[in-house]
Design a protein around this ligand. Structure first.
Ligand SMILES: *[C@@H]1O[C@H](CO)[C@@H](O)[C@H](O)[C@H]1NC(C)=O
Ligand SMILES: *[C@@H]1O[C@H](CO)[C@@H](O)[C@H](O)[C@H]1NC(C)=O
Length: 143
């Protein structure tokens, strides 16, 4: 019964990928939302890395047994907001290898959804900042 209604409601979605840019070493939120329901299954995968498991949530808790090692300790969901339909993923300590396409799958009694995010990882902000501090202090010294 459960599955039949799910199938009927799955008439979904080839919306364009969302683009997200974040800075290396910092943290980043990959947005995803679903029509809220009491029970939800969430799967985040990195599509460009052979569909690597990034983070899963079901039975009302994180399920990280199959998580790709590269993501260990760096992923979290906004637990207090999942019941309101927020399945966004926070990724910390961004690395260049994190760049690529991610899939957010959500499944509830109302139906299933997939959405895609393209994550771009930019170089560290600090490098540029340190360089300009260095240059301005060098300039002061010359005077
Ligand atoms: C599926 O995604 C679309 C577009 O984001 C949204 O409007 C719809 O409510 C979602 N359906 C479910 C069952 O979460
Ligand atoms: C989910 O919650 C986080 C933390 O409050 C917020 O930054 C983000 O914008 C929310 N995302 C969605 C899709 O509602």
């Amino acid at each position: 019964m459960f599955f039949d209604s799910g199938l009927l409601l799955t008439i979904c979605c080839s919306v364009a990928d969302s683009e997200v840019s974040c800075v290396s070493m910092e943290s980043c939120i990959l947005p995803c939302s679903f029509q809220d329901d009491t029970e939800v299954i969430i799967h985040w995968n990195q599509v460009t890395a052979g569909d690597s498991p990034v983070h899963s949530f079901y039975y009302n808790k994180d399920q990280l047994a199959h998580q790709d090692q590269r993501f260990r300790g760096r992923t979290s969901l906004f637990k207090d907001q999942i019941s309101g339909g927020n399945a966004s993923l926070q990724l910390t300590g961004l690395q260049v290898q994190d760049q690529g396409r991610y899939k957010c799958y959500t499944g509830t009694n109302r139906g299933r959804n997939e959405s895609f995010i393209n994550l771009k990882v930019d170089g560290e902000k600090h490098t540029e900042h340190h360089l300009s501090v260095f240059l301005s202090s060098a300039f002061i010294n010359i005077q």
